[in-house]
Design a protein around this ligand. Structure first.
Ligand code: AR6
Length: 357
C-alpha cells in the first residue's frame, strides 16, 4: 500500500528512512527527536553536529546508526502560532522536502511522525491532513511506500468532529453478529446471500474497544453471514440482475477504467494500490483480490453503492452490516466521498484493516 497509516514507535520501523521532527539546532530534544537520538546512539549526534542546524521547512539527512532505518531525515516543523503565520505552508515544505530527500537517496520506503503536532502545538487533525495531502500528491508522480505514524491516536480523534457523524452511522447500521430480522422470512434470499460471502474473507482488525468481537480470516458466524450486506431494498437477486455473469473481477475493473476514461495509473493510485499488484491483476483475468483490494478499486472508480457491491461480488465479497469496516465504507460511499485516504483515516481510527494493498 503506498500510504499506510500506522501506530507504532517510529524508531522500531524497518524502512529505508525515518523522519525526525527536530528543532533548528539538530542536536536533539524531547518527543520523537529524543526517542530517535536515544535509539540511534551517539553516532547520530556526532553527524548532526556537522550539519550546522536546519531552517524550518528544510530537510537534512544522516545515517541511521543503531536504528533499523538506513537514514534519518531531519526536518524542522513550524511552531503553531494560531495558523496565520505561514504554518501550513511551512509544514507542507517539511513533508515535501523530506520526500524529495528520500527520493534523492534512492529510498523505497519512508516513515513520518506527525511533524509539529507535539511540542510545537500544531492541531493534530490539521497536521494530519497536511501530511496526507502532501504525501498523496507526491505519490501521484513517485513510487514509494510511505508510513504515516500516528503515535497518539486519541489526540487525533479528540480534534476531529467528523468521527461523531461516523459514530452515529455505525450505531444506526452496525449489526454486530446478530440475526437481521429483515431477512427472517426470506429464507431463499438469505441462503443466496451466504453464497455471496465467500469464506475467504480478508482479515479485519479487532473491533473498537468494547465490542469484544474479533473478525478473523475465514471465520464468520452464520448469523453474520445472513445479513449479507444488502440494504433492505436491495436483494441478492437485484444485484445479480445487474451483473454480466461471465465477466471476472479484473475484466470488470478494466472495463470500468475504460468507461470512466481513466488511465490505469490514475486508478491504482486513487485506490492506494501499488503498480506491481495492479499489473498482476491486469494480466490475470482470474485474479482473486483480497476484500480490501476489491473495495479499494470500487472506491477509486467512484462507484455508487449498487455497482460498488456488484464489483465486490465479482471477487466473492459484499459489504455487510455485520462488519464495522463495511459500515464505515458504506458511510463514505453514500456521502459520495471517495477519498481513500479519508476512508483509511476513519478505518484506522476504528481499528479496522485499511484499504489498498
Ligand atoms: N514514534 C512516533 N511518533 C512519536 C514518537 C515516537 N517514538 N514520539 C512522539 N511522537 P514532537 P514537534 C509523535 O513533540 O511537535 C522536540 O523537542 C507525537 O505524538 O516530537 O515537531 C524537538 O527537538 C507527535 O504527534 O515534535 C523540537 O524542539 C509527533 O510525534 C520539538 O520537540 C511530533 O511531536 C519539535 O516538536
Amino acid at each position: 500500500m503506498p500510504l499506510q497509516i500506522i501506530r507504532q514507535d517510529i524508531t522500531k520501523i524497518e524502512c529505508d528512512a525515518i523522519v525526525n521532527a527536530a528543532n533548528k539546532t539538530l542536536l536533539g530534544g524531547g518527543g520523537v527527536d529524543g526517542a530517535i537520538h536515544r535509539a540511534a546512539g551517539n553516532g547520530l549526534l556526532k553527524e548532526c553536529i556537522k550539519l550546522h542546524g536546519c531552517e524550518v521547512g528544510e530537510a537534512k539527512a544522516t545515517k541511521g546508526y543503531k536504528l533499523p532505518a538506513k537514514y534519518v531525515i531531519h526536518t524542522v516543523g513550524p511552531k503553531w502560532k494560531g495558523g496565520d503565520n505561514n504554518e501550513r505552508e511551512l509544514l507542507s515544505l517539511c513533508y515535501k522536502n523530506s520526500l524529495l530527500k528520500a527520493k534523492e537517496l534512492g529510498c523505497e520506503s519512508i516513515a513520518f511522525p506527525l511533524i509539529s503536532t507535539g511540542v510545537y502545538g500544531y492541531p493534530v487533525e490539521e497536521g494530519f491532513n497536511v501530511a496526507v495531502e502532501v504525501i498523496s500528491d507526491f505519490l501521484n508522480d513517485c513510487d514509494m511506500l510511505v508510513y504515516l505514524v500516528v503515535f497518539n491516536k486519541s489526540a487525533l480523534a479528540a480534534g476531529s468532529k467528523k468521527f461523531s457523524e461516523i459514530d452515529e452511522y455505525i450505531d444506526d447500521n452496525y449489526v454486530e453478529a446478530r440475526y437481521d430480522l429483515r431477512y427472517a422470512n426470506r429464507d431463499i434470499e438469505a441462503e443466496e446471500s451466504v453464497a455471496f460471502n465467500a469464506p475467504d474473507m480478508a482479515p479485519t482488525a479487532p473491533s473498537k474497544a468494547g465490542s469484544g468481537k474479533m473478525e478473523k480470516r475465514g471465520e464468520r458466524s452464520d448469523e453474520a453471514a445472513f445479513t449479507g450486506g444488502f440494504e433492505a431494498a436491495q436483494t441478492p437477486k437485484d444485484i445479480f440482475d445487474g451483473i454480466q455473469i461471465d465477466e471476472s473481477f479484473s475484466q470488470m475493473l478494466l472495463r470500468k477504467i475504460d468507461e470512466k476514461g481513466m488511465k490505469d495509473s490514475e486508478c491504482y493510485k486513487k485506490a492506494n494500490i501499488d503498480r506491481k499488484l495492479f499489473s498482476k491483476i491486469r494480466s490475470n483475468p482470474h485474479y482473486k483480490p483480497s476484500k480490501q483490494t476489491a473495495i479499494a478499486f470500487a472506491v477509486a472508480l467512484e462507484l455508487p453503492l449498487g455497482e460498488f457491491n456488484e464489483m465486490l461480488v465479482k471477487a466473492g465479497y459484499s459489504l455487510s452490516h455485520s462488519f464495522k469496516s463495511d459500515v464505515i465504507i458504506e458511510y463514505f460511499v453514500k456521502k459520495g466521498n471517495y477519498n481513500i485516504f479519508e476512508i483509511n483515516e476513519a478505518l484506522f481510527m476504528y481499528d479496522q484493516a485499511l484499504l489498498g494493498a
